[in-house]
Write a protein of this length. Sequence first.
Length: 324
Amino acid sequence: MPLAIAAKSPGGPDVLHALDLPTPAPSSGEVALRHTAIGVNFIDTYFRSGLYPWPVEQDLVLGSEAAGVITALGPDVAGFKIGDRVGYTIPNGAYVRERVIEARHLVALPTDIADEIAAAAMLKGLTAHYLLHRSFQVQAGQTVLFHAAAGGVGLIAGQWLAAKGVTAIGTAGGAEKCALAARHGYAHVIDYTSEGFAARVADITGGKGVDAVYDSVGKDTYPGSLKCLKTFGTLVNFGQSSGPALDFKLSDLAAGSFTVTRPVLFHFTADADYLKTASSDLFSMIENGSLKINVNQRFDLENAGDAHRALEGRKTTGSTILAP
Ligand code: NDP
């Protein structure tokens, strides 16, 4: 019986428990996968806590990113065969040893992309991709601010911004995280737990402000993020690790004719062409050495609760992997 880790009901990490699920059989358009590596993401904690609505009444199997090997094909599956190595990112269902999934969500893994790297980079790397190419299309010579720069998405984004010739200013909590971010593309890193980041951004930009702020911290950073924007700048709010920014008003944008967007990865990856192109871009960047994927924490699948405690406790950097 394949092991799964599910949240019994919304709550803290203690609601996670092991379930034995029936061995899955793929229907039309689906394949069965044996997972080899599973990514942990902040979104897993949002579902677990109930911040994001549940698609089931109880026992929600968490996890939105993984790599594995195809073990069976349902009818009408084209382009894949048993034994293929694949990766994917879709909401929930990944904290399991074996699963069934629609083939349209899968991306074939190139030989040079290890399973663990794919599981560490599919969700976070494709997020960095759409943030930089769709939500606000960065151009060489621009300056942007990226919060939580030492995190999973943050370390990938910093390297990608640098590769594009963008001056990236990062924020991170503590000296060690700041030093790590500085080694991953950020030209300037601000420890926002000990200094006001808006004042530092004003210093760095000579009072002009930045072209865009990528803010996934939310409640604690939202007011300061707006202060960092230059006139006509863009705020990309893509998460809320400190809690949702509840005090947003449209009139806030009048301070500089700002643009604001609140994107979600899965709206982009629902487009099969985008999923294919963006994954190919991501894998090429990893293969040619422009992007280093940092797997800095590993846990057994059974210990997913410990992974959540570390992530929510701000104790992680880069990507976190569960071994199935
Ligand atoms: P991270 O590895 O970046 O972890 C979150 C980081 O947020 C922490 O390490 C911490 O870094 C920072 N943080 C600031 N305040 C808090 C707080 N009060 N509690 C906990 N952490 C805090 O996670 P991910 O890379 O998985 O995700 C980064 C963000 O991007 C998340 O908010 C996530 O929801 C969002 N996201 C959104 C997507 C979308 O499509 N909308 C897709 C993917 C991710 P520090 O200590 O340096 O402050």
